[in-house]
Design a protein around this ligand. Sequence first.
Ligand code: DAH
Length: 348
Amino acid sequence: MAILSGELQNQLESIRQEALAELSAASDLRALEEVRIHFLGRKGKIKDLLKSLGSLPPDERPLVGAQVNRLHDEVELELNNTRINLEEKALEARLAGEKIDISLPGRDADIGAFHPVSLIIDEIASLFLRMGYDVYDDREIETDYYNFEALNFPADHPARDMQDTFFLDGGLLLRSHTSNGQIHYMENHKPPLKVIVPGRVYRRDSDPTHLPMFHQVEGLVVGKGVSMANLKWTLETMMKALFGPDSTLRLRPSFFPFTEPSAEVDMWFDTGNGQGRWLEMGGAGLVHPNVLLACQIDPEEWSGFAFGMGVERLAMIRYRVPDIRMFYENDVRVLEQFRGARRYSAFS
Ligand code: DAH
């Protein structure tokens, strides 16, 4: 029976020691994998030994083979044990890092609030729905025809300069007022009709009292014998609903191409301590016959009134906001004050 040569014994033993030392030094799974490749991998030290068996005399091969296999199994077992330990440690470290300290004070979740402009549009829509009006959401990109021509602005008439329009490519423009909604609505509805059109409008001016984008709410009523008295009652009803029974409104003669007669609508803005000032809210008037004609409505049979109000102006009075720019500075300290404000459902 062949005896393992001393030299081979030493070689096996030193590989064993080396492997055990590297295993116990492996501090993480990555290092462990390197140890595995180093000893048990296809080109590892133990595989090399097995490959060298071929060069031994045939009678020594079984014994040496058995020894090498034992070494292989021993190292593999130790490797698996080390892996289990390292995995446990890694899990413990992860759990320790994820530990929840239930004594920590909670973090407030920020809850948004409706913007005052949305709030007041909802309130106005709710009011007019209850008076039997439609609420019509019209387009913001418009043609010259709907923004001007059908509203009786003659081509090249200086009245177009009243509204510094943003022009787009292809003959389009950003609507400079919600009055475009009058035309679209009358093209699609036969009188008698009542509608409001709230929405964004755009103008090329920006200074302390004007913004390049703001909101208007248009109103249009067409029926039999509709008069200035109906217009004034409607505006007063809206103002009293929004600002209380003591609110004051005044109409001043004015000019708009699409109304005749036309009026400017002012509201009293009470700044406190008996002080206040008139704020211009928008325009109004009786629908010009040419506007009705543009929509195939016979002005001999039908008449109507229209108005267009600045929504930010209404919101300034409603919420006592002194500066129109505050609506768009996105200062959370301002917006937060509207968190508790009532939101009117348009259908309540
Ligand atoms: N469209 C006008 C503007 O933006 C406001 C306006 C005035 C609307 C009179 C109307 C109206 O419906 O009758 O300046």
